[in-house]
Write a new protein. Structure first.
Ligand SMILES: Nc1ncnc2c1ncn2[C@@H]1O[C@H](COP(=O)(O)OP(=O)(O)OP(=O)(O)O)[C@@H](O)[C@H]1O
Length: 322
């Protein structure tokens, strides 16, 4: 049996750009541009990069909430990309997503009971009493008071609302949860509580996580392996400790230099990236990062680097190492 829950090969998701009165297609945004990686059963795989680099589109494409343009996604040995809608509905209960903004993902007119009961109703699971029982258990698992069963989302704090979203994601006993910036909208003091809850649930229910974040400080304690994305591509992928202690790609080095160091005796030099992220509709030839890279050579301008295996736990897409 494969140790991997997810295997992704050559995933591409392009969005057409339509212009003019007739909305003619005039190109495409390469939001996800040829990603290949795997996620092991029970691990937390981090996807990190600046806003707009394609993290959310990747997460949604993996679950086919957005249709990928190309590539193959194998989930638990099954090819999701070739599944019919019906087959997909069956397998979707094994793959859930938690979004950044808990308020936007909850129906304001539904009580917690109704919100948490819905997945069971949709999948025809249990009698009314049995469903209530399941809802109460879910509330308990995520640290919500069962007496709040009949409250509405606006009667909860941001952190509690995210607990409701997590409970709903857990309802159908999934194997994989894509957590798309699940703590970014929360107070810093609440962030670690939610991260701890996710970790505890992971152990309790043998969950596999894909954890999306825009900076490397949040994933530091949470992920096992981390992929750094830039303009729709993975530029570096490594086991967490290896990535933090031995970053190879100039972009990862710049991202890491922006992570605050809590020790006043440790001096860290911040690498300031010049220029803006190139427009994904007109991504440059060669390495997408070359316009901002302090070490770019002529080759970086013309030739796109592939992901190079530096060691068993470390891959980098950069001409400095090839
Ligand atoms: N439905 C869409 N139609 C057209 N372009 C899109 C669509 N969704 C995303 N994009 C574009 O695809 C690129 C990647 O967006 P995506 O939201 O995946 O990035 P992200 O890294 O998750 O950013 P953020 O952290 O801000 O959410 C961006 O340039 C975005 O504008």
């Amino acid at each position: 049996m494969s140790p991997n829950l997810l295997e992704v090969q050559g995933l591409k998701t392009y969005f057409p750009i339509k212009t003019g009165l007739l909305q003619r297609e005039s190109g495409s945004v390469k939001a996800v541009d040829d990603l290949s990686f795997f996620v092991k059963k029970g691990e937390t795989f981090g996807l990190v990069g600046e806003s707009g680099c394609g993290k959310s589109t990747t997460g949604r494409s993996l679950l086919r909430l957005i249709e990928p343009t190309n590539g193959k996604v194998m989930f638990d040995g099954q090819d999701i990309t070739s599944m019919s809608e019906k087959e997909l509905r069956r397998i979707r209960k094994d793959m859930q997503i938690v979004f950044q903004d808990p308020f936007a993902s909850l129906n304001p007119r539904h009580t917690v009971r109704k919100i948490l009961e819905e997945p069971f109703i949709v999948h025809g699971i249990g009698s009314k009493e049995d469903r209530l029982d399941r809802v109460l258990k879910l509330m308990e698992h995520v640290g919500l008071n069962p007496s709040q069963l009949n409250r509405y989302p606006h009667q909860f704090s941001g952190g509690q609302r995210q607990r409701i979203v997590i409970a709903r994601a857990l309802a159908l006993n999934p194997k994989l949860i894509v957590a798309d910036e699940p703590v970014s909208a929360l107070d810093v003091s609440i962030q670690s509580q939610i991260l701890n809850l996710l970790k505890q649930l992971q152990r309790q229910f043998q969950l596999t996580f894909i954890f999306i974040a825009h900076d490397l400080s949040v994933v530091k304690h949470f992920c096992d392996r981390v992929a750094v994305m830039y303009l729709g591509r993975i530029v570096e992928l490594a086991e967490k400790r290896e990535l933090y202690s031995n970053p190879k790609h100039p972009y990862t080095q710049a991202l890491l230099s922006a992570v605050p160091v809590p020790d006043p005796f440790v001096k860290s030099e911040r690498i300031i990236l010049e220029g803006d992220v190139p427009n994904p509709a007109k991504a440059p030839q060669g390495c997408a990062f070359h316009t901002r890279c302090p070490s770019a050579s002529e080759r970086c301008r013309t030739e796109r680097p592939g992901l190079l295996q530096l060691s068993e736990q470390h891959q980098v897409a950069c001409h400095l190492y090839s």
